[in-house]
Design a protein around this ligand. Structure first.
Ligand SMILES: [Zn+2]
Length: 454
């Protein structure tokens, strides 16, 4: 067995994101990164070994790959097909019929688009909630794309008003699907986990919720679901259960340190106590919360309470981008409005997009910071580009440049598991035209089956 040779990413500004809470960027300094296979071997003031390959970093800022806590790869094909609707109408009239009409080919096209777009924007780790069927296709595609991922088939067994006939399964069948995915994919390549993913409280019977909690506990799987997203949804939960959303999830055994909840926009004081007591993580999706008219999640308050928080784009039909830089900017801007400037500053936002997001997903031993032994997921930002701040020379100013000013224009390179996915601003290994053509070829049949033919 031959050991892969090392190579040196030389002349970078190291932004390791491994510092303490009050200074999360860590020891920012000039240096180099040594890479072997998919791992960082060492970083700091390094000299090339004799014969070692050296890739010049051009003095750019080296930041850990972004970690997105909440997306739906299966929905990327439906970007632009569900604009300007509130949550429950968005689900009933568009998303459920469309998801239910997927076949393998359309799921594959959607997944390929998703992972290419994520890599193009610097996201190298993702948690995605898929539809009821065809999740094995998404698992294949994320393994091929090279990202680190947590994937779950969504669990739903209640008909609710707009769910198409045949979409919800029985509790037993839903869990059996997750179990089949677990057997086939959990732990594959050391970078894919299968999660237990109840869609949301309103889609699940008490029987399914209990089975999901039991299955997750038995196999030590993560739980990924939505909660407290939209006022109309929160009211529907109160009407069915007579208590707060998170009290329902807690009673069902679904809160805990292995659980992450998308949104949490409308939590009561009692629900926040439950989040703290159970160590449940929050997944913040600012664009989606604004687009569906849901509200502004109190992320600065969650941060103050010490809750683990990640950021995500959510589905393409409710964003309509999958860009971490867009979510990062919006997350920081919204908290400046909601909590006051300086309460959730750019450094803390960047932490949530990297090391903090990895902690929220329980993946911080693998990704989210630049340390020896972690995956070689590295972004190179061109902080000297004309349209960025002229003086990004302190941790706060570097974070401010990335969070408030940078776009994909200044994202020079993306290293994912030691391989360049983006270099000189160009997405390698993917042909954007071909991706779009495959997706466009798959969509008409889906629309026809969904009764949404245009
Ligand atoms: Zn979602």
């Amino acid at each position: 067995v031959s050991t892969p040779t090392t190579w040196l990413l030389d002349d970078v500004l190291l932004v390791p994101m491994d510092g303490p809470a009050e200074a999360p960027l860590g020891d920012v300094r000039r240096g180099a990164l040594r890479v072997r296979g998919d791992r960082l071997v060492e970083l700091g003031a390094l000299q090339p070994a004799p014969g070692e390959r050296v890739v010049p970093g051009g003095g750019r800022a080296a930041v850990p790959g972004f970690v997105q806590g909440h997306v739906h790869a299966t929905q990327t094909l439906f970007r632009g097909l569900a604009d300007d609707l509130p949550l429950l109408d968005w689900l009933r009239h568009r998303i459920w019929p469309l998801e239910h009409s997927h076949d393998e080919a359309s799921t594959r096209a959607s997944a390929r688009l998703t992972f290419a777009e994520l890599l193009a924007g610097g996201t190298t780790t993702v948690q995605t909630m898929e539809s009821v069927r065809h999740t094995e296709v998404t698992c294949d595609e994320v393994l091929a794309a090279g990202l680190t991922a947590i994937v779950g088939n969504c669990l739903m067994d209640l008909p609710d008003g707009g769910v198409p006939a045949g979409m919800p399964s029985t509790a037993a069948a839903a869990i059996a699907t997750t179990d089949a995915l677990r057997r086939a994919f959990h732990g594959r390549s050391g970078r894919l986990e299968i999660a237990v993913a109840p869609r949301f409280v309103l889609s699940c019977s008490d029987e399914l919720a209990a089975a999901a909690a039991d299955f997750a506990r038995r196999h030590e799987l993560r739980v990924h679901t939505h909660a407290d997203e939209h006022p109309g949804e929160v009211a529907a939960v109160r009407a069915r259960f007579g208590r707060d959303y998170l009290e329902v999830l807690h009673a069902q055994g679904l809160l805990g340190a292995r659980t992450s909840l998308a949104h949490c926009v409308h939590t009561t004081a009692r629900e926040r106590d439950l989040l703290v007591a159970t160590g449940t993580a929050v997944l913040h999706c600012p664009s989606t919360n604004l687009k569906l008219g849901s509200g502004i999640a109190p992320i600065a308050e969650y941060h103050r309470l010490g809750l683990r928080t990640a950021i995500g784009a959510d589905g393409a039909p409710c964003n309509n981008r999958l860009s971490m830089l867009a979510e990062l900017r919006l997350a920081a801007l919204l908290q400046n409005f909601a909590a006051g400037p300086g309460v959730f500053p750019a450094e803390q936002a960047l932490w949530a997009a990297t090391a903090g997001g990895a902690r929220a997903l329980g993946l911080d031993h693998e990704v989210g910071s630049l340390r020896a032994g972690r995956r070689a997921d590295v972004l190179l930002f061109d902080l000297d580009e004309a349209f960025l701040p002229l003086c990004a020379d302190t941790p706060a100013a570097i974070a401010g440049a990335i969070v408030y000013a940078a776009t994909e224009r200044q994202l020079h390179a993306v290293l994912c598991g030691g391989e360049f996915a983006v270099r000189d601003g160009e997405l390698l290994q993917h042909d954007r035209r071909a991706l779009r053509a495959d997706a466009a070829a798959a969509l008409p049949a889906v629309l026809q089956r969904a009764g949404l033919h245009r």
